[in-house]
Design a binder for this molecule. Structure first.
Ligand SMILES: [Mg+2]
Length: 258
């Protein structure tokens, strides 16, 4: 298995950092509302952002509102709902129509899933997450239910399978596309991208990073991945980020001395 990459060299190139949140920066909990934000995490992210000239974005399945409730008003760039909402330099961009279509699809899905034990429809601002637990439902059956719920709106959405979840996103959204969107603009453009994620839904992000010869890092030892590197767990990923911010600070000191 591949290990974490060496700390990128700040002397040679400029880097852009993309970070998934749950399972990457935060330990997973039984329910997304129960996750704990470790002390020092937000300040680490802000220091990283500053040392990267602003080129840091969170790339999450949570909505932007949920990220803000969790981390506070960090002012960080972010993609919410798997890229269905983007906040870039304080401006929020969303995929047109999702806000009206999402409740409609969620309602149809909730009706179908009503009698299934441990199944839950989570309505986010611009996407829907259908959570289920085998054996009441297997991945194929869950996908089928989600497909049925799309009905006449199928062309406007795509389905994305995660761990015990089917995400229903606007057809143009996805973590890979979100990362590409950031890399099209300043301060991200022209930098070498790094993306750390932990889930099946992060794989599109890893492939986008690989196409650009960046560093793709998957947290956790399980699951096939396109990522070129692995971090054992959340603690290892966080420690790597700590060293990254340390290396950036060292470079600044050297520049000042010059
Ligand atoms: Mg995750």
């Amino acid at each position: 298995m591949l290990d974490l990459p060496p700390i990128p060299d700040f002397h040679e190139r400029s880097w852009a950092l993309f970070l998934d949140v749950d399972g990457t920066l935060l330990e997973l909990a039984e329910h997304p509302d129960k996750v704990v934000v470790p002390e020092g995490l937000v300040s680490l992210l802000v220091r990283l952002k500053n040392s990267l000239g602003g080129a840091l974005a969170l790339i999450s399945g949570r909505s932007l509102a949920s990220l803000e409730a969790l981390l506070g008003e960090t002012g960080l760039d972010a993609a919410g709902c798997h890229g269905a909402e983007l906040r870039i330099a304080g401006t929020v961009k969303t995929f047109a129509g999702a806000d009206t279509l999402v409740p409609r699809v969620a309602e149809r899905l909730a009706r179908r899933a009503d009698a299934i034990p441990l199944a839950m429809v989570e309505v986010k601002t611009h996407s829907v997450a259908f959570h289920y637990r085998p054996p009441a439902l297997d991945p194929g059956q869950a996908r089928q239910l989600a497909e049925q719920a799309l009905a006449g709106d199928a062309a406007r959405f795509r389905l994305l399978a995660g761990k015990n979840v089917v995400e229903i996103l606007p057809s143009d959204a996805g973590k890979g596309r979100a990362i590409a969107c950031f890399l099209d603009r300043s301060p991200y453009a022209g930098r070498i991208p790094v993306f750390i994620g932990d889930d099946v839904t992060d794989e599109e992000g890893f492939r986008e990073i690989n196409r650009r010869d960046g560093l793709s890092i998957r947290v956790g030892a399980d699951g096939e991945t396109a990522a070129r590197y692995r971090a054992t767990d959340v603690a290892a990923a966080t420690a790597w980020l700590d060293r990254l911010v340390g290396a950036a600070a060292e470079r600044e000191i050297k520049q000042v001395k010059r």
